[in-house]
Design a protein around this ligand. Structure first.
Ligand code: FES
Length: 192
């Protein structure tokens, strides 16, 4: 009949074959063009964008794809409103510009200044070497003293950040951000 030893050897041999074949792997190999296929599918799934591909986080994420239209719906209104709010004295149209007589006490001369340009700019255009540093209302290098009274009765500051109310009341101004609103006399190079 059957030899038990032969049966055991056959079973062991079968197991060995199964083991060896399973160690060889599943036989799955990535196809050479899988990457391109995936990229094409993803590219087709998201809308066109204006920014360069490396920065486009929408590629590869459905959530990102939704983020683009959401941003687009962000109603550029806020930006447009911001732009309108930024209109300052320098934006007065040429046909609405007014001129005032301003006496520069140290320079010994009275000149006409427009209300859409700073005292500093117009003094320089006249040929004077007036003091300044930042030209943004953030230091006091360009400070001057209006001798007629509180400075903001005669000029409008566009975002001066250095003078407090009492200094303004004493007549001090930052000429780099000061636009004439009336005629006055000023001492340049005078800080509080
Ligand atoms: S130059 Fe700095 S505040 Fe005018």
């Amino acid at each position: 009949m059957y030899d038990p030893l032969a049966i055991a050897l056959a079973a062991i041999a079968t197991l060995a074959v199964v083991l060896v074949s399973s160690l060889k792997g599943t036989g799955w190999e990535p196809t050479a063009d899988i990457s391109d296929e995936v990229l094409e599918k993803r590219a087709a799934a998201v809308p066109e964008t204006d920014f360069p591909e490396p920065g486009n986080r929408a590629i590869g994420g459905g959530g990102g794809g939704g983020a683009i239209p959401a941003g687009g719906d962000g109603e550029g209104g806020e930006l447009e409103e911001g732009g309108a709010a930024s209109a300052g004295p320098a934006d007065i149209p040429e046909d609405e510009v007014e001129y005032f007589e301003v006496e520069f006490l140290k320079e010994g001369e009275t000149i006409e200044l427009a209300n859409n340009e700073t005292i500093l700019d117009q003094g320089e255009e006249h040929g004077w070497d007036l003091p300044y540093a930042c030209r943004q209302g953030q230091c006091v290098s360009c400070a001057g003293h209006i001798t007629d009274g509180p400075s903001e009765d005669y000029i409008e500051h566009d975002n001066q950040q250095m003078l407090d109310d009492s200094e303004l009341d004493d007549g001090y101004t930052l000429t780099c951000v000061a636009y004439p609103r009336d005629s006055f006399s000023i001492e340049t190079g005078e800080a509080p």
